[in-house]
Design a protein around this ligand. Structure first.
Ligand SMILES: Cc1cc2nc3c(=O)[nH]c(=O)nc-3n(C[C@H](O)[C@H](O)[C@H](O)COP(=O)(O)OP(=O)(O)OC[C@H]3O[C@@H](n4cnc5c(N)ncnc54)[C@H](O)[C@@H]3O)c2cc1C
Length: 819
């Protein structure tokens, strides 16, 4: 293959056009965009989107995509017409709860670098004169938000791409994909084949159909969404908006009513998510040549919109005037995924087959850039772990899950969602072998990756007499109980068992296993059998993809403690395919109890003959031992910073392992403890949570993980990018903050300010019961990251005083772990 690869993009909606432009800008000129409809009113979702952009997003990555869309659209024009109209946005609060929520939204938006303000009803009415100000209690204003014209911005990018060498083929329908030896070779269309080394499906709601052409499940559910245009309104016409401007007042969101509005020169448009969900099967979508209006537009169903319209009338007096009504409406179709994030990345099974789907107009230009970076440079400057199409567990790819969760995400699109709020259905889905016992102990379960995970145990209420646990503010107190604190302290005082079964475990075996893991990760893995190593997976740019705990259980046998499906995917992709290495997900086949606390040795030694002395079984070592008749792999590690072991056995023996330890622990005061306590204890020790505390946007030295990097061991992925870097050269750092007020527990993603100016943001946070203080880990510029430095954390509109601390906050000499 000479020159740059031949890329075929399926779909000339806003995503396909953005990607083509970004690829050509990076010097990839052999780009063909294949579109079944006409160019550029293709009949896809882009053809009818009103182009409203709200950048604010709880995800840093998603907000970054939107900000890039705004910035790039502002730099484009088509035949002298704008691609961005920066009218700003307002999120209206109708209730005190929503007012609090928009403060929270303002806060995380500021964390990710977006300027906005929460304003009062009078100022809101000045900015958007159509509102009945008596109905609102405030609003969140983002001046840099705006409108784009989705088709115009698509065409503007397509023109530039064409000038740079790309081809756009309208009225070409993709009917198949030719693969050979697990690799894409060509796109098959109704006009013949187009050879390609890389195929990117940017087919929006048709995504599942294109995926099926290579036997792939696409986790995307098309849903119809209602949008209406009113009759001309004198109140709007009074502003004499020049037709070419289209709008001069901000776009509006009314999350309390699942509704949004935008202005046109003589009227308003009202869209709503409050209607009964209207899922559409991708296989039922029509071809543009036969669709009555266009394939992504179904006939408007006024009855399902009636409630939204009455809410709009309630809020906007102009809509109550005689003659004001809906003149036109559509049920337009677009895509929803099980978790609301887009689908980006390369298929696990078919080399060269990529997706860029389930993307809003808002994020499309950012997604185009990130995809182009990924394809051209091998990685993106944005952290993409939330968007990677390989992020799903097996059950999340079932048709019912994709359907039901897609609908649920549609319904919840504007809801106030607590960071710990679990999915409601299907539950229980994945249960560990200890589930029954946990239930008997009054476990309060939250769900994660489908697993039922105890957060605390009701039976431990009795511990509350022993410990004084501070109460919390209302938001932080959701999905929390003072028992959490008691379990944390009881772990430090005695011994507790934790169900850590849901943590991903991968067996990496074969005579090439050691060399493979050594070349893939940052630490020296090729060490004696029985050694455990903490090591990092980096991307080519030296950013932290994940952290792994790698136990060498035999010469050719490793057990890897990982963070999720993406780690498995990476290991599977990177492993040599010559039979020298096998990679297997053993999570479901096995289970694990973390037995931790100063009395852990006392408990374990009563049920095993293995020598558990500090000399024989040291910290960060692994042994295969017998617990009664059960073969157990014991790893002397602890994420909570106490003496103890992770004890693994096969799933069918799990219940007996639990019972055996439980009985043995009775005389030592053993308790079961949940994830709430686990989270608190790990924060006190400063153990990082990959994907939250650090991502591919951070290098190991910035994240305080330089100790896991061995630059002298030879090559590994990401090494080149780290040359010349060290803890001394970093410009930002992840540091703990201590909050003076014990009730002021924050949750993560809050902005940190220094002398009133934004300086960084919180990653994970909680309360450290042993140190008696609320803790927030935060990214700060290195000059500000000095212990003792006063800062404030913005939380629901308040500035909470805190200060930078030295880490670890608990047991810095590691006496407890090494005793
Ligand atoms: C009513 C409504 C209002 C919306 N409002 C907004 C908004 O204000 N802001 C916002 O951010 N988002 C909005 N959205 C969402 C937004 O419109 C979509 O998410 C976005 O346009 C998707 O762009 P896309 O390029 O992925 O898909 P599309 O625009 O659908 O492009 C996919 C293309 O693939 C082509 N294709 C499919 N199959 C084949 C094949 N076999 N061969 C060749 N070509 C094929 C299709 O013809 C289509 O043109 C709205 C959606 C709806 C329905």
């Amino acid at each position: 293959m000479g020159g740059t690869p031949r890329v075929a993009i399926i779909g000339a909606g806003i995503v396909g056009c953005s990607l083509a432009d970004e690829l050509v800008l990076r010097g990839w000129r052999d780009v063909t965009v294949i579109e079944q409809g006409g160019l550029f009113k293709t009949g896809g979702s882009t053809s009818h989107a009103p182009g409203i952009i709200f950048q604010t997003n709880a995800s840093k990555t998603m907000q970054g995509f939107a900000t890039y869309t705004i910035q790039k659209a502002a730099s484009l024009e088509l035949d002298g017409r704008w691609c961005l109209n920066p009218v700003g946005s307002l999120e209206l609060a109708l209730t005190p709860e929503r007012l609090a929520e928009i403060h929270r939204r303002h806060d995380f938006a500021e964390s990710w670098g977006l300027a906005g303000r929460v304003i009062d009803p009078d100022e809101t009415a000045q900015l958007w004169p159509y509102v009945d100000r008596t109905r609102i209690v405030g609003a969140y204003h983002v001046p840099s938000d705006g409108l784009t014209d989705a088709m115009r911005v698509s065409e503007a990018q397509a023109r530039r791409a064409t000038e740079g060498g790309a081809r756009f083929l309208g009225e070409h329908t993709v009917t198949g994909i030719r693969t050979d030896d697990g690799q894409v070779r060509a796109v098959i269309t109704d006009h013949g084949e187009i050879p390609a080394d890389i195929i990117v499906a940017a087919a929006g709601i048709w995504g599942p159909r294109i995926g099926a052409m290579v036997g792939m499940t696409t986790a995307l559910q098309p849903l119809a969404h209602q949008l209406t245009w009113t009759t001309p309104l004198p109140e709007v016409q009074a502003f004499a908006i020049p037709p070419e401007r289209e709008a001069i007042h901000p776009n509006i969101r009314v999350q309390d009513r699942d509704m949004y509005l935008r202005e046109y020169p003589d009227r308003l448009a009202v869209g709503g998510y409050g209607h009964v969900p209207l899922p559409v099967d991708a296989n039922d979508l029509l071809h543009p040549s036969v669709a009555p209006v266009m394939p992504s537009v179904l006939e408007f169903t006024p009855d399902t919109f009636a409630e939204t319209w009455s809410w709009a009338e309630e809020l906007v007096p102009a809509l109550r005037a005689p003659g004001a009504r809906i003149e036109r409406g559509i049920n337009g179709i677009f895509s929803f995924t099980p978790d609301g994030f887009p689908l980006m990345g390369e298929s696990r099974d078919v080399g060269g087959f990529w997706l860029a789907e389930a993307v809003w107009v808002t994020h499309a230009l950012g997604v185009g850039r990130a995809m182009a970076e990924w394809l051209v440079d091998g990685g993106s400057t944005s952290d993409l772990h939330e968007c990677d199409l390989n992020r799903f567990e097996a059950h999340q790819l079932s048709p019912s899950f994709i359907h039901d969760r897609g609908i649920q995400n549609y319904v919840e699109v504007y809801d106030i969602v607590h960071p710990l709020q679990p999915m409601e259905e299907p539950r229980p889905l994945r249960t560990s072998p200890f589930y029954e016992r946990e239930g008997e102990l009054g476990a309060y379960f939250l769900e994660g990756s489908g697993w039922e995970r105890p957060h605390w145990y009701g039976v431990n209420e009795s511990l509350l007499g022993r410990y004084d646990i501070p109460s919390r503010n209302a938001w932080a107190a959701r999905y929390w109980h003072p028992i959490v604190g008691a379990e944390a302290l009881a772990t430090r005082d005695g011994v507790a068992m934790y169900d850590v079964t849901p943590l991903k475990r991968i067996a990496v075996e074969g005579d090439g296993a050691a060399a493979f893991l050594d070349a893939l990760t940052t630490n020296r893995v090729d060490r004696p059998v029985g050694t455990v190593v903490y090591s990092l997976l980096l991307d080519e740019r030296g950013g932290v993809r994940s952290d792994l705990t790698i136990a060498r259980l035999g010469q050719d046998r490793f057990q890897v403690g990982a963070n999720g499906p993406l780690d498995l995917d990476l290991l599977e992709r990177q492993a040599p395919h010559d039979g020298s290495v096998s990679v297997r997900d053993i999570t479901s086949a096995t289970c694990c109890i973390g037995l931790w606390g100063p009395r852990a040795r006392d408990v374990l030694s009563t049920v095993t003959d293995a020598d558990l002395s500090n000399e024989a079984f040291r910290y960060f070592q692994a042994r295969d031992i017998w617990v009664g008749s059960m073969p157990v792999t014991a790893l002397r590690l602890s994420y909570v910073g106490e003496l103890g072991w992770e004890l693994y056995t096969s799933a069918e023996m799990g219940l007996r392992l639990w019972d055996t330890l439980w009985i043995a622990g009775r005389e030592h005061g053993l308790i079961a403890a949940g994830r709430g306590a686990f989270g608190s204890l790990r924060l006190e020790k400063g153990y990082r949570f990959s994907g939250v505390d650090m991502t591919t946007e951070h290098d190991p030295y910035e994240a305080g993980l330089g100790f896991a990097v061995r630059m002298d061991k030879g090559d590994f992925v990401g090494r080149d990018a780290l040359v010349g870097k060290s803890a001394e050269t970093v410009e930002r750092r992840l540091v703990p903050l201590l909050i003076a007020d014990p009730q002021a527990v924050v949750m993560g993603k809050e902005p940190v300010r220094i002398e009133g100016r934004p300086a960084g943001y919180v990653t994970s946070a909680g309360f450290g019961y042993s140190i008696g203080s609320a803790i927030a880990y935060a990214w700060l510029p290195v000059a500000a990251a000095r212990p003792g430095r006063p800062v404030t954390i913005r939380y629901f509109g308040e500035d909470i005083p805190a200060s930078v601390a030295a880490e670890p906050l608990f047991d810095p000499e590691m006496r407890r772990l090494r005793s």
